[in-house]
Design a protein around this ligand. Sequence first.
Ligand code: COA
Length: 600
Amino acid sequence: MGNAVAWRSLGRRTPPATPALLPRLQSLNRVFRRKYEGLCHGKQPAHMLLPCRLVSNKAKYRWCAKSYPVLDGRVLSVYRHVFEANLRNSETLIKRYSELLETVSKGGGGNAILHHTQRNKKLFVHDRLKLLLDDESFLELSPLAGLAMPYGDVPAAGCLTGIGKICGIWCVFMANDATVKGGAIFPIGVKKQLRAQEIAMQNRLLCVYLVDSGGAFLPLQAELFPDKSHGGRVFYNEAIMSAMRIPQVAVVCGSCVAGGAYMPTMAEEAVMIDKIGTLFLAGPPLVKAATGEYVSPEDLGGAKLHTKVSGCSDHFASSEKEAYECIRNVISTLNYDPPPEEVIEYDSPLYSSDELLGLAPQDYRCTLPVKLILSRLMDGSRFQEFKANYGTTVVTGFGHVQGHLVGIVASNGELSHDASLKGSHFVQLCSQRSIPILFFQNTAPHTAQPTSISQAEAHSNKLKAQASMMAAVACAAVPKITIVIGGCYGSDSYVMCGRSFSPNFLFLWPNARVALVDSRHFSTVPQAGDNDCTGDESELKHLKEKLEEESSAFYSSARLWDDGVILPQNTRKVIAQCLEILDQQKYQVVSPCRFPVIRM
Ligand code: COA
């Protein structure tokens, strides 16, 4: 595949390359050629390739973004009282959110941190990440996971996960927090690790594991072993990811006991820290019980033993600092092309992002036109709307977020028949054009039951249209990011790319309500087989309270039904970061599935 063919496919719109642009375009051509060659040896047919990267993002942005119409984002005075009520609600919720974040940032709390840093002479997990990552601008995933579980609070699920840059490359990291019950793995911790691996697989991001864990939290062993999505799945994924050519590296920076010992051993390369990292299937107490002999953790499974004798680890580090330097060097040998550092001068939105707090509906009935939200998120508040006058309860169109072109599908009322058809059409357009889709979800809590034949017919038609949009969303072969800006209710939430539709990322605003039904719509207690029957008052009150509690964004995030709660005013930044992360795979060589790297 020569450059000539690639250039020809661009057609006549390609401008002559200026001398300054030439090296950049040559480098993009190289990336394209490697990608093409990789794919030709794989199963993907050549006609599926889009030479989209041959024109710089900067040039594309200059050509198109500035000419899109500007949205009118003024909040009319008729909406003022709703805006004020939403604002008060957002402020209360953000205060709660900050308190929760503050709690989880302390891990297992004061004594446990002292035990960890002074007695065990280890760094706190946040300090480890500071040494590992290029800078502090990482995207932490689900920090509120693990709060108020049936088995108690497990701050951050005992394990920090997120995406940060190492040597200029976006990487997924998973780091045990040993101040939370010695880093023991709880069921929610397994779920968090599996989600991080899923993100790595879906977005082709390499993984770094910082392992410091006492293994399975034994009192909950029945919820951790042996089902498919239990602990063992993490190790299964490690092999599959390696075979997919998604590299994984590990640092043993604490205990790796029992099942936990497989995590670094299955990584492609591992570093172990002297007198801090230990790795064994059964620790000294078990050895003593079985043999009567005391063996020190170092002699049983320390860094010297595993780097000199067993080969379970590949690099010896005499300190934590040395270990993170070593792992950064390992990452630089992966032969990855970091995304080009192209500075695009994009326009900020014309309206303040702080006003999003007044547009975040405290209740579905307090929803304001969604274009007011879009005008505070899109570059220059510009938006090229698609089918503006048809199916207006969904708004669709194109815009840019910090220079990235995106397709927008935003709820603007109940998901009607026409809105769903329009949504299907638009999602397919984005898929055809390889444009990532942003879903802004605010679905209605319920649909009225039909009271006539004609209404029943209308419902069936709507169902059919929604089914077609679900199919379009499920099959769209482009990255999808969902932001729940209000309601995430029942089946409409699937159509708007809810969690079951596998968006690459899904975040909630603090005001989001997540439930099958809205508790406020119950006047009686529904009972099986009898639509009309009523329970007593206290039963109804109890049911409503339960539904209310279970609908909050914090309840959802604690259970990992999303990738985290984000503040409305940070939405643009988070979306841009996700788009940058998603962009990275365009610069990788894709090759057919092979065998994993197997430790010898
Ligand atoms: N299950 C349940 N609780 C665990 C645990 C596990 N696997 N590992 C550690 N914990 C708890 C401890 O009971 C202790 O709880 P407490 O604070 O309520 O007393 C807390 O985590 C901290 O452990 P502690 O032993 O005080 O810390 P340490 O730094 O001295 O040692 C370990 C950490 C991980 C080396 C040590 O706790 C250990 O060996 N744990 C058992 C590991 C094991 O056998 N795992 C098998 C899993 S199948």
